[in-house]
Design a protein around this ligand. Structure first.
Ligand code: XLS
Ligand code: NI
Ligand code: NI
Length: 432
């Protein structure tokens, strides 16, 4: 099979090019780091090489050559196209589910053997090529998972999932994956009439605890990430948002073991902004990585579009920079084409444009952060708390009584001050 992308060369950095990076230059140094190391871009396998363009009203629109058969030969042809695309787009990372890269076998053992065979194939291609940002297991597509993965009423499904995650984590470990993701695809419910919510959350907590134990047992040093989402596919997902997941982690004593993979579209579905989720994860010390995309604000489902709103992306990276930037995480494009975008070059253009949007957003965020204007305004707003009597109120030993007495003795009469929101928004607008 000749290359799916014809003879496309790696994209140049060219501010006037048609198919080029106009704003993203991997070598450009911003805040002391190369842009490639700041953004840590990854391409996902599933939306690009597996999804066939179907929607609830119609089937396949894409005709990728490797859709011809669900066998190992086609799985390798798919891998060839995927790595060709990684090369053209010059991304340092990729991500995959087991189900994306190998046909399912007749037994668990056969499925795992196939996964390992593909991992060998990847390993050879990864020698000078992209690294693995994260691996994960698809425990939501096959009908056996329809009532849940670890939260399933059938304990055999729970055991099946243990085998699946073990195999996927082993492969992620072997390929040097920097993170392992758990997105709770079917970990939720459709109706409370048939659901024992308390039991299901207990199962999920036990499962996650054992996944963490297994990670330590095999000496895997990557980060375990949970990806929250409030709904879809189930009506209510247990991993609703960052705050909910934090409570869950605390309950099972896992708050120092697991971090968050936050997706723009999932934040929107939860009724939050992306920057809210990022700031919340930083505040709780559990920020890990991002799935970059954009959600349609009217639709109410997960549209997984490529990002194209620079001011929004800038605010997201601003929060990431405030938290110190990425460590093991990165910017994974969990984004898909619209189903009419049939041409191979659409895949390339979509990512190149998204990388440019992220680069512009990141550079704006970096300037905003380095100039420190917003941080200075924030510090000024809370300056009263630097006074010793203010600090004393938060210290051990302070009592409501003592504080109340002091407020009355000093006849305190606090005067409101402006929150200056529009002035701050104007400042942001100077950067984006
Ligand atoms: C689905 C999720 C999924 C995860 C990986 O909405 O975003 O793609 O990122 O399982
Ligand atoms: Ni995602
Ligand atoms: Ni998603």
């Amino acid at each position: 099979m000749t290359s799916y992308f014809g003879d496309l060369a790696p994209l140049p950095v060219d501010p006037d090019g048609d198919l080029s990076f106009r704003h993203y230059d991997p070598e450009e140094v911003v805040m002391g780091k190369r842009m490639e190391d700041n953004l840590r871009f990854a391409i996902c396998y599933w939306h690009n090489f597996v999804w066939d363009g179907n929607d609830p009203f119609g089937g396949q629109t894409f005709q990728r050559p490797w859709f011809a058969a669900d066998d190992m030969e086609m799985a390798k042809a798919k891998a060839d196209a995927a790595f060709d695309m990684f090369r053209i787009l010059r991304v340092p990372y990729f991500c995959f589910h087991d189900h994306d890269v190998r046909p399912e076998g007749a037994s668990l053992q056969e499925s795992h053997a196939r996964l390992n065979e593909i991992a060998d194939y990847f390993e050879a291609k990864m020698e000078n090529g992209p690294k693995l940002l994260w691996g994960t297991a698809n425990m939501f597509s096959n009908r056996r998972f329809m009532a849940g993965a670890s939260t399933n009423p059938d304990p055999d499904v729970f055991a099946y999932c243990a085998s699946t995650v073990r195999a996927c984590m082993d492969v992620t470990h072997r390929l040097g994956g920097e993170n392992y993701v758990l997105w709770g695809g079917r970990e939720g419910y459709e109706t409370l009439l048939n659901t024992d919510l308390s039991r299901e959350m207990e199962q999920m907590g036990r499962f996650l605890s054992m996944v963490v134990e297994y990670k330590h047992k095999i000496g895997y040093e990557g980060t375990i990430l949970i990806e929250p989402k409030p709904q879809e596919p189930t009506k209510h997902q247990y991993d609703y948002d960052t705050a909910t997941v934090y409570g869950f982690l605390k309950r099972f004593g896992l708050e120092n073991e697991v971090k968050m993979n936050l997706e723009q579209g999932h934040a929107i579905l939860a009724g939050h902004s992306f920057e809210h989720e990022l700031a919340m994860a930083n505040a709780l010390g559990i920020f890990g990585s991002i799935d970059m995309n954009r959600n349609d604000y009217q639709s109410g489902w997960d549209t997984d579009q490529f990002p194209n709103n620079v001011p929004e992306v800038a605010l997201a990276y601003y929060e990431i920079l405030r938290g110190g930037g990425f460590t093991t995480g990165g910017t994974n494009f969990d984004a898909k084409l619209r189903r009419q975008s049939l041409d191979p070059v659409d895949l390339i253009a979509a990512h190149a444009g998204a990388m440019d949007v992220c680069a512009r957003g990141f550079k704006a965020a970096a300037r905003m952060y380095e100039d420190g204007v917003l941080e200075a305004a924030r510090a000024e707003r809370y300056a009263g708390w630097d006074r010793p009597e203010a600090q004393a109120m938060l210290a051990e030993g302070a009592t409501l009584d003592a504080i109340a007495d002091r407020a009355e003795a000093a006849a305190l009469d606090p005067q409101p001050v402006s929150g200056r929101q529009e002035r701050l928004e104007n400042i942001v607008n100077r950067y984006v």
